[in-house]
Write a protein that binds this ligand. Structure first.
Ligand code: IPD
Length: 257
C-alpha cells in the first residue's frame, strides 16, 4: 500500500506536542533519575512514560508498522529492517532535562527501506518545532509563529574552511577506552591553533542533544556536528531534516543491532 508521508508527519507533530506537555509538567531531578550503562547515562520516568504514549498512539494508527524506541530497545533483538519503521527518542537530551537546561526535545523519525523519510524534532521548552519530509524540504516553527523553510540563512556560505565554523560536538556518555580517546582527540584537534596542529574552529558547542545538533546544522546555526557513538533514535529524525535542508550526513555505520 502507498505510504502517506504527509499524514505520518502530521501525526508525529501531534504526538510531539503531547510529549512536550508531558515534559513541561514533569519535575525531573537528577536525584530521582535512574542510570543505564553508567552514571552519566540518565533515564527518567518521563522518558519511559512518553515512549509508552508514543508507541501506543502509533500502534493504534499504524498497527502493521515497526517501532524502535530508545527505552524499549533490546540489544541483539531489536533490528532495523526495510519495513516502514517509527524511530523514537522520547527525551533526547535527558541530561539537560534533568538539570533544567533548556535544550531537550522529542525526536521522532520514520524510515522506509532504512531511509529516513519523515523527521519531527520538538523542543517544548523553547517551543521550537523542526520537521522534514523526504523530497519536500524541512522547516522550523518557533513559538507557534511562521513556518520557515530551512536553511534559514538566505545565502549559506560554502564550508570552505573548518576554521570559520561553529561546530557542535558531544562527549556522549561513554567516557572509557578508545571511545573516550577518540572524542578527546577530536575536541583538541578542532580547537587547537593551526600552529599546534589544530583546525582552530570558531568554537565548539555541546548542546547535549544529538537531534537538536542536527536540527541546528539544518537551520544554519551550527555549521558542523560531530559525534561518535550515536544510535538510530538520536539521528533518524535529524537526518531527514538535515538532508532536506541541503546538508550532508556522513556515517561510518548505521545499525541498531
Ligand atoms: C544523548 C544525547 C547526547 C549525545 C548522546 C545521546 P539521550 O541522548 O543525544 O547529546 O551525546 O550520545 O545518547 O540519552 O539524552 O536520549
Amino acid at each position: 500500500a502507498d505510504i502517506n508521508l504527509q499524514e505520518i508527519h502530521d501525526l508525529l507533530i501531534s504526538i510531539a506536542h503531547e510529549a512536550g506537555k508531558m515534559m513541561l509538567t514533569a519535575t525531573p531531578s537528577y536525584l530521582d533519575s535512574g542510570t543505564k550503562k553508567n552514571s552519566a547515562d540518565l533515564v527518567t520516568e518521563t522518558d519511559k512514560a512518553i515512549e509508552t504514549m508514543v508507541s501506543t498512539r502509533l500502534q493504534s494508527s499504524y498497527p502493521t508498522y515497526s517501532f524502535i524506541g530508545e527505552e524499549t530497545f533490546i540489544s541483539g533483538e531489536t533490528v532495523l529492517t526495510d519495513a516502514p519503521t517509527f524511530i523514537c527518542d522520547p527525551v533526547d537530551g535527558t541530561t539537560n532535562f534533568v538539570h533544567a537546561f533548556p535544550a531537550f526535545c522529542i525526536s521522532l523519525g520514520f524510515t522506509v527501506n532504512k531511509i529516513p523519510s519523515v523527521g519531527v524534532i520538538y523542543n517544548p521548552f523553547l517551543d521550537e518545532l523542526y520537521t522534514g519530509i523526504k523530497g519536500h524540504g524541512s522547516f522550523v516553527t518557533r513559538h507557534g509563529g511562521e513556518k520557515l523553510r530551512l536553511p534559514l540563512k538566505k545565502e549559506p556560505e560554502p564550508l570552505g574552511e573548518l576554521s570559520t565554523c561553529l561546530v557542535g560536538a558531544e562527549w556522549g556518555s561513554d567516557r572509557t577506552g578508545n571511545n573516550f580517546d577518540v572524542r578527546h582527540q577530536v575536541f583538541v584537534k578542532l580547537c587547537a591553533a593551526k600552529e599546534n596542529g589544530g583546525a582552530m574552529v570558531h568554537s565548539i558547542r555541546c548542546v547535549g542533544s544529538a537531534a537538536l545538533n542536527l536540527a541546528y546544522v539544518a537551520a544554519g546555526q551550527q555549521d558542523v556536528f560531530w559525534e561518535g557513538g550515536c544510535w538510530a533514535w538520536d539521528v533518524a529524525a535529524g537526518w531527514c531534516i538535515l538532508v532536506e535542508a541541503g546538508g550532508i550526513m556522513i556515517i561510518d555505520f548505521f545499525s541498531v543491532t
